[in-house]
Ligand binder design. Structure first.
Ligand SMILES: [Zn+2]
Ligand SMILES: [Zn+2]
Ligand SMILES: [Zn+2]
Ligand SMILES: [Zn+2]
Length: 493
């Protein structure tokens, strides 16, 4: 755990008296409300602009949000959310949103609507002089202010993205502000490109994607963005020892293993359940190259790329390097030729994986057939705990679901979970999401004892992460109890 990003300085984390020095797995390390946050533009019609809850659908399948009378754009779940938002921030941004909606600017990609909504909220905070967290916003409190956040402006200044921002996006924003706020009372019209790029850099490097609530049997998606001053101090490692979790808009960071000091806490800015190339590509946006063991340690990478022993029924996982040539510990076979084949298969599969992630083909039976062909071939040579093989199952499962092949998806996720269990920490959000899906689906597709097994496996993890009283824990407990009753009934017949 030696990875450091340039994103923060540990001097910002002054020892806080009530802050414990040691954390056990499951302990809350920090709980923070966002300094600013915003809903993603694409969710504005379906989610509350304040609390980001999804609106329920009415009988006709329409959503039931309360529309803001000013911009007719922001929608709220309740009067309470609407009033709070108006007072706090929306009053000032409403005219901008009104004009942008009228001129259909949010539809244009070069307009960067999500960035604009965050920018406006940051401006409002700066205007009010609120540079730091309010009392109780972050527990334990830190002395971080918005000014502490790094932007890496010099590094990003010459990127294609920055050039596009300067030539297209910022001029569009300025003319919009000019129209809605000619006196420049809210928006500092004279802010130059450098200032806007500085804000953009801070947003890019420090913002967290706020995820939809974690619910048993549902997939999570990003609902918005938030800047959290306290948590922004934690550096990245793909092999993180702490897991971030959202409780509505609040960010909760918990230890996923024992940690000796606050300074050793690492969170992952990327999903650990992806290839090294994909993870590095995302981290590049943070101007950061990861040197964690999962990215750099060749022995670990060889173990993650395990191949099968050539003896029928031998379950040995052999590392994909010279150690794989040693006599199999289980059966004594020397797997020279198997290693050669596994190296070739891995290379071909990896290239295909990267291509598919880049191109993101649309869901179709043809695409499904192709994915199944690839994983079918790989299954012959690679071990069931192979990371790359697992990533292929992860690509396949959502395609099966979209094509309404739920039972096949269940089997596919069962296979994906094996490598996830082997290589991810047990609180990994991707693993947890899959486990809760399995717990629910296994009711339909698996023997009862398997349901019980999945339900209990994720129950212990969810209880640690969300607490015993959380609806997810209650739901999983109920599921496990139902299975128990059903199993008892079967046995008593
Ligand atoms: Zn609300
Ligand atoms: Zn409005
Ligand atoms: Zn890494
Ligand atoms: Zn063997």
């Amino acid at each position: 755990m030696t990875t450091k990003s340039g994103g923060s300085t540990s001097a910002d984390l002054q020892p806080v008296p009530e802050c414990p020095l040691k954390y056990a797995a499951g302990d809350v390390i920090m709980r923070s409300r966002p300094w600013v946050y915003s809903l993603k533009v694409k969710h504005i019609l379906t989610h509350c602009y304040r609390c980001m809850e999804k609106f329920p659908l009415d009988m006709k399948g329409n959503t039931k949000g309360r529309k803001c009378g000013g911009c007719a754009c922001a929608r709220y779940c309740s009067r309470k959310c609407q009033n709070a938002d108006w007072k706090d921030r929306h009053k000032l941004e409403c005219p901008v949103m009104k004009r942008a909606t009228r001129d259909r600017l949010f539809d244009s990609k070069s307009f960067h609507g999500d960035l604009l909504l965050m920018y406006i909220k940051i401006q409002i905070k700066l205007m009010k002089g609120e540079l730091e967290d309010g009392p109780g916003d972050c527990v334990p409190p830190t002395n971080r202010t918005f000014l502490h956040l790094l932007s890496h402006r010099e590094k990003i200044s010459e990127t294609e993205e920055a050039i596009q921002l300067r030539t297209e996006t910022f001029p569009q924003w300025r003319s919009l502000f000019e129209v809605v706020d000619p006196a420049g009372q809210t928006f500092r019209k004279n802010d130059g490109d450098e200032f806007l790029l500085e804000i953009f850099g801070k947003f890019r490097i420090n913002s967290f994607g706020i995820m939809s609530p974690f619910k048993v049997g549902h997939s999570q998606y990003q609902v918005g963005y938030g800047i959290y001053l306290g948590p922004s101090v934690f550096d990245h490692s793909c092999d993180a020892n702490a897991t971030q979790f959202f409780d509505r808009t609040a960010l909760v960071i918990r230890a996923n293993r024992n940690i000796s000091t606050l300074h050793d806490v690492r969170i992952s800015y990327v999903s650990a359940w992806d290839s090294i190339i994909q993870r590095q590509a995302v981290l590049e946006k943070y101007c950061f190259q990861c040197t964690c063991a999962l990215c750099q340690d060749e022995e670990i990478i060889a173990e993650q790329s395990a191949f099968k022993c050539g003896t029928d029924n031998c379950s040995m996982a052999l590392p994909l390097n010279d150690r794989g040539r040693l006599p199999c510990e289980q059966c004594g076979r020397i797997n020279d030729s198997e290693l050669q084949v596994a190296i070739a298969v891995t290379k071909a599969l990896r290239e295909e994986y990267e291509r598919l992630r880049r191109e993101q083909p649309a869901t179709s039976f043809k695409y499904l057939e192709y994915l199944q062909q690839l994983s079918g071939l790989a299954e012959k040579f690679l071990h069931p705990t192979n990371f790359l093989l697992g990533l292929f199952y992860s690509l396949t499962a959502p395609v099966l679901l979209k094509l309404k092949m739920k039972e096949e998806a269940f089997k596919c996720v069962c296979k994906a979970v094996l490598p996830m269990r082997s290589h991810l920490n047990k609180y990994d959000p991707a693993l947890l999401s899959y486990l809760t899906h399995l717990a629910v689906w296994s009711l339909e597709f698996a023997p009862l004892n398997q349901v019980d097994y999945y339900a209990n496996e994720c129950l212990t993890q969810v209880e640690q992460l969300c607490g015993h009283d959380h609806p997810n824990s209650k739901e999983l407990r109920k599921l496990a109890e139902h299975c128990q009753i059903a199993t008892d009934m079967v046995h008593s017949l």
